[in-house]
Design a protein around this ligand. Structure first.
Ligand SMILES: Nc1ncnc2c1ncn2[C@@H]1O[C@H](COP(=O)(O)OP(=O)(O)OP(=O)(O)O)[C@@H](O)[C@H]1O
Length: 247
């Protein structure tokens, strides 16, 4: 188990990001510990995806700092990017190719994969992609596309992976299988940052939880640290995000 005082692989300090007059991220600070699953919960528009885009080096912070594996992602070289996996909400997958071809292509890009066909087959088996492995991505159902995007994010054996709502739209079997997979990835030493709108997912999957509201991290820690004795995560979330559970 990693010591709590070792440098965190993901550090956000005082992050600010504006889009015109919209303050999407407002002085956000958070950390994700190595070889742990950190889930980020927060209302629509709270700034989760924007913060992740900064952590991926896709957006440049207006203020504050972000570090991934001790580097500034905005300035990082290709070698750094290969250590970081990503699954974005819109998939970002090429539309016209099938899953097998795409996964083989990605496996070829990663130096470690000497046998791209075998690597792709392992992920296709693991995520039950086989029945639709040759269907062009644009023809896949939302849940099928999620599976391909998850395989694409993890296939390069990244040290850190950012997964934006990885189980959204998955059926209950696929969701359980994804949780099992993510725990295995964590146990293999990967640091996973997972956004979700599911309290059940956070409770069953997370080692650490971050609650984000109005562009700030308003609570973070283990579930036991974040949720007061006798309360639920759901009640804590509603109290911290300013919404009423009864409304
Ligand atoms: N490129 C952009 N241009 C303008 N506004 C943007 C842009 N990207 C995000 N925003 C705004 O920033 C705010 C934060 O959006 P963000 O996508 O980070 O929220 P989120 O917490 O990921 O929400 P959700 O749970 O719905 O995915 C929103 O008000 C959104 O409209």
């Amino acid at each position: 188990m990693p010591a709590d005082d070792e440098p965190a692989p993901v550090v956000v300090e005082g992050l600010v990001k504006r889009f015109g007059s919209c303050l999407a991220v407002d002085d956000m600070s958070l950390r994700a510990r190595r070889a742990r699953i950190t889930t980020i919960l927060g209302p629509n528009g709270a700034g989760k995806t924007t913060a992740i885009a900064c952590l991926l080096g896709l957006l440049r912070p207006d203020a504050g700092s972000v570090r991934v594996l001790a580097e500034d992602p905005w300035r990082a070289e290709a070698g750094h990017r290969a250590r970081v996996g990503v699954m974005l909400q819109d998939g970002g997958l090429p539309n016209t190719v099938g899953a097998r071809r795409l996964l083989e292509h990605l496996a070829r890009l990663y130096a470690g994969a000497q046998t791209p066909q075998r690597v792709a087959s392992e992920w296709i088996d693991r995520l039950a992609i086989g029945p639709f492995e040759r269907t062009p991505v644009r023809r896949l159902s939302g849940g099928q596309r999620q599976k391909v995007a998850l395989a694409a994010a993890l296939l390069g054996r990244p040290e850190v992976a950012f997964l934006d709502e990885p189980t959204a739209g998955l059926d209950p079997h696929a969701r359980l299988e994804t949780w099992r997979l993510l725990r295995e990835q964590r146990d293999a030493g990967r640091t996973l940052i997972v956004t979700t709108h599911s309290f059940e997912e956070a409770e069953r999957l997370a080692d650490d939880v971050v609650i984000v509201a109005s562009g700030k991290a308003v609570a973070q820690g283990t579930l036991a640290q974040v949720v007061p004795p006798g309360a639920s995560l759901e009640a804590t979330y509603f109290a911290l995000t300013g919404n009423s559970e009864d409304s």
